[in-house]
Design a protein around this ligand. Structure first.
Ligand SMILES: C[S@@+](CC[C@H](N)C(=O)[O-])C[C@H]1O[C@@H](n2cnc3c(N)ncnc32)[C@H](O)[C@@H]1O
Length: 259
C-alpha cells in the first residue's frame, strides 16, 4: 500500500526558510485574475455536483466529529480559495476564518459571503507564517499539493487546532502521479502527490492521531465534473470501490492526542 516517504518529516518547523524540497510552489497561479474568474465554474463549486457535494459532506461531518458535540464551533480554512469549505461551514453556523495568500481569491470569497449574508473573517498570508488565534478545527482542501513544504503546513495547522484537522491530498499510489509526470513533460500545473503514510506520520509528529483515512474518487475527478450526473457518478464510484487502493485522493481526519 505505502510506497515510501515523499518528504522528510523530522522537525518540520526547524527551518521555515528552507527552499521547496521538490520545487513545487503554485502560489502565483492562484493570484491570477483569470484563474480566479474561472475557478468555481471549472470545479462546479456551488453547483449540484458529485465531487463538490461529497467533499463538503466529508469535511463537515468529520469536523463535527472532532468537535464531539455535534454543534458548530470555530474553524480555520487554510488555502480557502473562493470559499468552497469556508462558506459551507459558515452556512452551518460555524465561526469561520478563511486564510489564503491570494487577495483575488479572498475578494471572491468575501463577495460570495456578503451576497449570502454570511460572516467570514478573511486573512491574507502564506501558510508558512500561519499563526495567531486558535480554532476548534483546521481544515484544508486541495492546498497541501501546492505548497513548498507540506510538513510545515501541517505543523502550522496543528498549532492552531484545538480538536484536530481535516485535510486532503492527491495520493502518490494513484493515476495522479502519472498525470503529474505527463504535465511535467508537456507543461501545465504540476502538483505534489503524497503517500498516505506520510500524512499519518506527519500528523502524529504534531500530536494528532489519525482517526480516518478515506480514499476516494477512483474515476478521475475531472470525469465526474464533466459527467454532470450525481446518479451516474454515485453508481460508478460504488462499482469501483474494490479499486479504492488506487483512488486519487486521501481525505484524512486527525484528532488532538489526549493527555
Ligand atoms: C486549488 S486552490 C483550493 C482552494 C479551496 N480550498 C478549494 O478547495 O476550492 C489552492 C488555494 O491555496 C492557496 N495557497 C497556495 N499556496 C499557499 C500558501 N503557501 N499559503 C496560503 N495559501 C496558499 C491558493 O492561493 C489557492 O487559493
Amino acid at each position: 500500500m505505502f510506497s515510501g516517504w515523499s518528504m522528510p518529516v523530522d522537525n518540520p518547523t526547524d527551518n521555515p526558510s528552507a527552499k521547496p524540497v521538490d520545487g513545487i510552489d503554485n502560489k502565483a497561479v492562484y493570484k491570477r485574475p483569470d484563474v480566479v474568474d474561472r475557478f468555481d465554474a471549472e470545479r462546479r463549486i456551488g453547483e449540484d455536483d458529485f465531487v463538490y457535494r461529497w467533499e463538503l459532506d466529508y469535511f463537515l461531518r468529520q469536523a463535527r466529529c472532532l468537535l464531539g458535540t455535534g454543534a458548530s464551533g470555530s474553524v480555520i480554512d487554510v488555502g480557502a480559495g473562493t470559499g468552497k469549505l469556508a462558506l459551507a461551514f459558515a452556512r452551518q453556523g460555524w465561526r469561520v476564518t478563511a486564510f489564503d495568500q491570494s487577495d483575488a481569491m479572498l475578494a471572491r470569497l468575501s463577495a460570495k459571503a456578503e451576497a449570502e449574508g454570511l460572516a467570514v473573517v478573511c486573512r491574507n498570508g502564506d501558510v508558512r507564517d500561519l499563526d495567531g488565534e486558535r480554532h476548534d478545527v483546521a481544515v484544508s482542501s486541495r492546498v497541501l499539493m501546492h505548497v513548498p513544504d507540506p510538513a510545515v503546513m501541517i505543523a502550522r495547522m496543528a498549532a492552531l487546532a484545538s480538536c484536530g484537522i481535516v485535510l486532503d491530498a492527491p495520493r502518490r499510489f494513484s493515476p495522479n502521479s502519472l498525470l503529474v509526470a505527463v504535465r511535467a513533460l508537456t507543461g501545465g500545473e504540476v502538483y505534489r502527490c503524497v503517500d498516505d503514510r506520510f500524512l499519518v506520520e506527519t500528523l502524529a509528529a504534531q500530536g494528532l492521531d489519525t482517526i480516518d483515512v478515506t480514499r476516494m474518487f477512483v474515476a478521475p475527478i475531472s470525469l465526474h465534473v464533466k459527467l454532470r450526473s450525481l446518479a451516474v457518478s454515485r453508481v460508478a464510484e460504488a462499482a469501483l470501490r474494490p479499486f479504492a487502493g488506487v483512488a486519487s485522493t486521501a481525505f484524512v481526519t486527525a484528532a488532538r492526542r489526549k493527555g
